[in-house]
Design a protein around this ligand. Structure first.
Ligand code: V47
Length: 361
C-alpha cells in the first residue's frame, strides 16, 4: 500500500477500530483510489452488492428562522420577502399530490420559527401519518426540537413524547453542522452547541426514537474538525445504538451567504465519504445524498463507501436555495438506473432502512 498506511489497512481488515490519528492520516492520503477501495471493501462486507433508495418526499413547513446561520440560504428572518410558512392544509395538499400509499418516508423540517405553537407541529405529524400510513415520518431536527421545547417552556423529553404519540417515527440528522465550537461560533453562533445537539439525539435514542446524523463539510473547518465530529458520533452510537444513517453534506457555496473560495472538490467529497465509512464502524448506513453531491458524484460515491442514494425527494429547497446544481427530484426509474448502471443491485427501503418488498403495495 502507499504512503505508509499499511498499518491502517491491516487494522481495517482485522476489524479493529481506527483512532483519531488514523482518521487524519486517511484524510491526508493522496491516493484516492486506494482509500476508496478500502472503504468499498468495508461497505461490501456490510451490504454486499445492495444499494438502497427510498420513495420519499421532503416538506419544508417554513423557512422562517431566528438562527441566521452564515452558510444557510434557506432560512430567512421574519418579514423577509422570501419567507414562507405553510398551513397544515398546504401540507395536506402537498402530500395528496403524491401517490401517498407508495411513499415510504416523509422528511419534514423547517427553521427555528419565532412563534408557531407545539400544536402546529403535532397537527403536521397527525396529518402525515394519516395520509401516508406506509411512510416513516422523519421530522424536526434536534435544533428545532430544542427550540420548540424552549418556546413552550417544556423539556425535550415531553416534546418528543407528544410528537411520538402523534406519529413521529424518527428524526433527521440536520443541524449538526460541524461540532467544533470555534467553527460553530463563526458560522452558526445562534444555534445550539454540539453538546446539546448530541444530548437531544441521546434523549431521542433513549426514548426509542431512531435518528440520522449529518456533517456539513468543506467550508472553514479543518480535517481534524471533521475527524472529531465523526468520533463524537461514533461515541454516542457506542452508547445508544440509535443512529441509522450518516449523511456527509458538502457545503454549497454558490448562493450561500458565507463566502468561501468554492464548494469542496469532487475528490474531497469522495475522500470524506470513504473516511466516514472507515471511522464510523458502528453506523450501518452511509448516504450519498445526490441533492448536494449531484447525481454523477453520488453514483461514484457508491464505490467509496456509500450504500444509499436517498430518494425521490420531490421538492428540495435547502440545497437548491444555496446553489446546488442537481435535479430537484428523481423518479424510481432514475434511481434504479443510477444504481444498476454502477453494477449494484437497487433495493427499495423505508425511512428506517427496512427493505420494501415490491408486493407490499
Ligand atoms: O441542517 C444548510 C445543511 C442540512 C447548506 O436525516 C447545507 O435523512 C450544504 O440535514 N450547503 C439539511 N448544506 C439537510 C439534511 C438532510 C438531508 C437529507 C437527508 C437527511 C436525513 C438530512 O443542510 C442542514 C444544514 O446542515 N445545509 N445550508 C449549504 N449551503
Amino acid at each position: 500500500m502507499s504512503e505508509d498506511l499499511d498499518d491502517i489497512f491491516e487494522k481495517v481488515k482485522e476489524g479493529k477500530r481506527l483512532t483519531r490519528e488514523d482518521g487524519v492520516r486517511l484524510f491526508n492520503c493522496k491516493n484516492l483510489l486506494t482509500l476508496g477501495e478500502l472503504a468499498h471493501t468495508v461497505k461490501v462486507n456490510l451490504h454486499g452488492n445492495d444499494v438502497f433508495y427510498v420513495l420519499n418526499r421532503h416538506i419544508n413547513y417554513s423557512n422562517i428562522c431566528l438562527s441566521g446561520c452564515l452558510f444557510c440560504a434557506f432560512g430567512k428572518p421574519p418579514g423577509h420577502s422570501q419567507a414562507f410558512e405553510l398551513t397544515v392544509g398546504d401540507i395536506r395538499r402537498k402530500i395528496q399530490e403524491e401517490n401517498a400509499s407508495q411513499i415510504r418516508e416523509l422528511h419534514i423540517v423547517g427553521g427555528c420559527h419565532p412563534d408557531l405553537p407545539i400544536s402546529y407541529y403535532e397537527e403536521i405529524l397527525k396529518t402525515a401519518k394519516t395520509l401516508c400510513p406506509n411512510a416513516v415520518v422523519k421530522a424536526f431536527t434536534a435544533v428545532e426540537v430544542d427550540h420548540i421545547a424552549r418556546l413552550e417552556g417544556m423539556r425535550v423529553e415531553e416534546v418528543l413524547k407528544r410528537f411520538k404519540d402523534k406519529g413521529l417515527d424518527m428524526m433527521p440528522g440536520g443541524g449538526a453542522e460541524i461540532f467544533a465550537d470555534h467553527i460553530r461560533k463563526k458560522i452558526c453562533p445562534n444555534k445550539i452547541d454540539a453538546f446539546r445537539w448530541l444530548e437531544v439525539h441521546r434523549i431521542a435514542h433513549q426514548m426509542g426514537i431512531k435518528t440520522n446524523a449529518t456533517m456539513l463539510f468543506g467550508h472553514i473547518e479543518s480535517i481534524e474538525d471533521r475527524v472529531d465530529h465523526l468520533l463524537a458520533l461514533r461515541d454516542l452510537q457506542d452508547e445508544t445504538g440509535g443512529f441509522v444513517c450518516f449523511i456527509p453534506l458538502p457545503y454549497q457555496a454558490r448562493l450561500s451567504p458565507l463566502k468561501t473560495l468554492s464548494s469542496p472538490s469532487g475528490v474531497d467529497v469522495l475522500k470524506t465519504i470513504a473516511v466516514s465509512r472507515l471511522l464510523l464502524d458502528n453506523i450501518l448506513h452511509i448516504k450519498a445524498y445526490w441533492v448536494m453531491l449531484t447525481v454523477k458524484l453520488a453514483q461514484l460515491a457508491l464505490y467509496f463507501g456509500a450504500n444509499d442514494l436517498d430518494g425521490t425527494v420531490v421538492e428540495e429547497k435547502i440545497g437548491h436555495m444555496a446553489g446546488a446544481e442537481s435535479e430537484e427530484f428523481l423518479t424510481r426509474g432514475e434511481l434504479e438506473w443510477i444504481i444498476r448502471s454502477a453494477s449494484f443491485n437497487p433495493v427499495e427501503r423505508d425511512g428506517l432502512f427496512n427493505p420494501v418488498h415490491k408486493n407490499e403495495g
